[in-house]
Write a protein that binds this ligand. Structure first.
Ligand code: FES
Length: 192
C-alpha cells in the first residue's frame, strides 16, 4: 500500500517537554550530525500527536537541518510511524511466518471483526512484519503494549475490554507465561 504525507490542517509545534527531549537526543550526536536524532524526533511527534503529519515533518526537518523529503523517507520506511490519524487503539498484527504458523490468521480475523464492530475511532488494524517476539507468537502490538500467545478467544476478550475502557484481562502473555518460559497449562483452561 502506498503511504503518503497527509496534512493535519494546523501548524505543529513540540510541547516544551518534547522540545527538551529532542534537544537531549540531538546532544547525543557530534556537531553536524543532527539528522541522527530523526527517529527519536518522529517518535516524539507520534507520542504527542498520535501520528506524523506533513506539518510535523516540516518542523522536524527544520530543527534537524534536513529536507522534508529526507524526514519523510525515514517516516515512511518504518511501519511503526503512523502517517495518518489513528483510532484510539492501533492494532499491529504480526503475520510473519512464526506468528502465522501459530495462528495469526485467526488473530487478524478477530481484530478485523472487532474493528468493524467498534468502528475506526476505536480500533485500526494493520498487518506488520516480525515484531521480534516470535518465541511467544502470535502477538499483537496495541499502541505501546505487546500482547502475546494470542488466539481468537483471548484476542476477542482483550479487545472487548479495551473498547469498554477496562483494564486488559491479561498483560503480556495470554497464557500468563513468564517471559519465554515453557507454558504449563493451568486450571484456568488457557489454550496450548
Ligand atoms: S514472526 Fe511475529 S513476532 Fe516474529
Amino acid at each position: 500500500m502506498k503511504r503518503r504525507m497527509q496534512d493535519a490542517g494546523q501548524p505543529f509545534a513540540f510541547t516544551k517537554e518534547n522540545a527538551q527531549a529532542l534537544e537531549a537526543a540531538r546532544a547525543k550526536y557530534p556537531d553536524g550530525r543532527d539528522k541522527s536524532a530523526v527517529m527519536e524526533a518522529l517518535h516524539l511527534v507520534q507520542g504527542q500527536e498520535g501520528w506524523v503529519s506533513r506539518e510535523a515533518i516540516e518542523v522536524v526537518a527544520g530543527l534537524l537541518h534536513m529536507t522534508p523529503l529526507q524526514v519523510w523517507e525515514v517516516a515512511s520506511f518504518y511501519t511503526m510511524y503512523n502517517l495518518a490519524p489513528k483510532g484510539k487503539h492501533h492494532l499491529q498484527v504480526c503475520t510473519t511466518t512464526p506468528c502465522w504458523l501459530r495462528g495469526s490468521d485467526a488473530v487478524l480475523a478477530t481484530c478485523e471483526a472487532k474493528a468493524a464492530h467498534y468502528g475506526p475511532d476505536v480500533f485500526q488494524v494493520c498487518e506488520v512484519e516480525c515484531l521480534g517476539g516470535c518465541v511467544n507468537a502470535p502477538l499483537v502490538q496495541i499502541n505501546n503494549d505487546v500482547y502475546e500467545d494470542l488466539d481468537a478467544a483471548s484476542t476477542a476478550a482483550l479487545l472487548d475490554a479495551l473498547a469498554a475502557g477496562k483494564e486488559p484481562p491479561f498483560k503480556d502473555s495470554a497464557l500468563r507465561r513468564q517471559g519465554s518460559a515453557p507454558h504449563t497449562p493451568s486450571k484456568e483452561g488457557n489454550h496450548a
